[in-house]
Design a protein around this ligand. Sequence first.
Ligand SMILES: Nc1ncnc2c1ncn2[C@@H]1O[C@H](COP(=O)(O)OP(=O)(O)O)[C@@H](O)[C@H]1O
Ligand SMILES: O=C(OP(=O)(O)O)[C@H](O)COP(=O)(O)O
Length: 398
Amino acid sequence: MTNKFRTLDDVDVKGKRVLLRVDLNVPMENGRVTDATRLERVAPTITEIADKGGKVILLAHFGRPKGRDAKDSLRAVAEALAKVVKKPVAFAEDCIGEPAAKAVADLKDGDILCLENTRFHKEEEKNDPGFVAELAKLGDIWVNDAFSAAHRAHASTEGLGHKLPAYAGRTMQAELDALEKALGSPTKPVIAIIGGAKVSTKIDLLENLVTKVDALVIGGGMANTFLHAQGVAVGKSLAEKDLAPTALRIMEKAEAANCAIILPVDATVAYHFAANAPSHAYGLDAIPTDGMILDVGPQSIARVHAAIDDAATLVWNGPLGAFEMQPFDRGTVAAAKHAAERTKAKKLISIAGGGDTVAALNQAHVAGDFTYVSTAGGAFLEWMEGKPLPGVEVLRSK
Ligand SMILES: Nc1ncnc2c1ncn2[C@@H]1O[C@H](COP(=O)(O)OP(=O)(O)O)[C@@H](O)[C@H]1O
Ligand SMILES: O=C(OP(=O)(O)O)[C@H](O)COP(=O)(O)O
């Protein structure tokens, strides 16, 4: 095992069917892409392969469907991607079988095809060998450009690398280079901000993260889970209550590792999950039983600012509230603007990542002020933990 990757410099793609794993899991609202960052980042790899005469066959997941579900179709994303790459992107109704085989057979050199959501097949997440073989039939080589899904050992993110000649795409290379540069040996003190909604898939990594950072600010649905674990009544808030023991264990581990845990001290609560729903800030002892915490409150925002002021390096994944709906974007936007100001003043190295986190930074108009913005959330946190990422490991030259 070496650290070297085979890249697009090591293969002549002309005339080849290139199965290109990308991350098209972009934020959407009413069938429209609301943040195209992931599409823009992957565009150079697509264009390079197409311009060199390869047949580009895009593989990607969207959402977390249980079987085929029209609301998680990639069709609209493929249309948005065509606008970004400024080339036609054909679409196949399935990622395996007759529809996929026919669409691939129709490709000419330089054409681009997007296959339907790989997660419409439960075998994708199981990395099922039969499903891997079905996908592999469609290509001559596999290029992985989905750094943000590289923490998943799924058929299209890992399995294919054992079945076909495997190469890293340009985004994969750029993400790994940039993260190594910014966080290889981070300037201390290091603070992490973790929020968002993917509580169960991200909480475990906090156990390791608290040994790597000096302070951990917790917001979003993740904070609600921790608050519940501490006995706070969180009403109807998004919280994974069965994870309370995990949350308590992480708090103990943080104390042993000298990592300060900064939880909200107040909350913005509404009674409907909707933009402009009437809302009010409450102390933690007074959250209404029929209310939902949709953002951190004003006192918590001040504490997040102070924590950022104490830090030399910030890593951030997960919005502090339901930022897509005003006014529940306040905590996230305030923290984003504060971190951007500290970065511009050269007092902070700021690295943020994740599909929705990047969308929130764009909404706050500060993405360009951060030191580095990764397309990845969970994958970048696992990389930071020092965990091997299956989708990266499989690319290393053996
Ligand atoms: N208090 C909250 N209640 C409900 N949803 C929340 C809350 N805080 C954050 N969220 C949601 O979390 C989602 C982003 O979470 P996640 O997918 O983990 O982040 P990322 O995509 O950046 O990795 C957003 O859609 C946001 O609305
Ligand atoms: O959006 C993603 O990750 P992120 O929310 O950590 O940024 C990736 O597409 C992975 O999706 P998954 O967490 O459903 O496997």
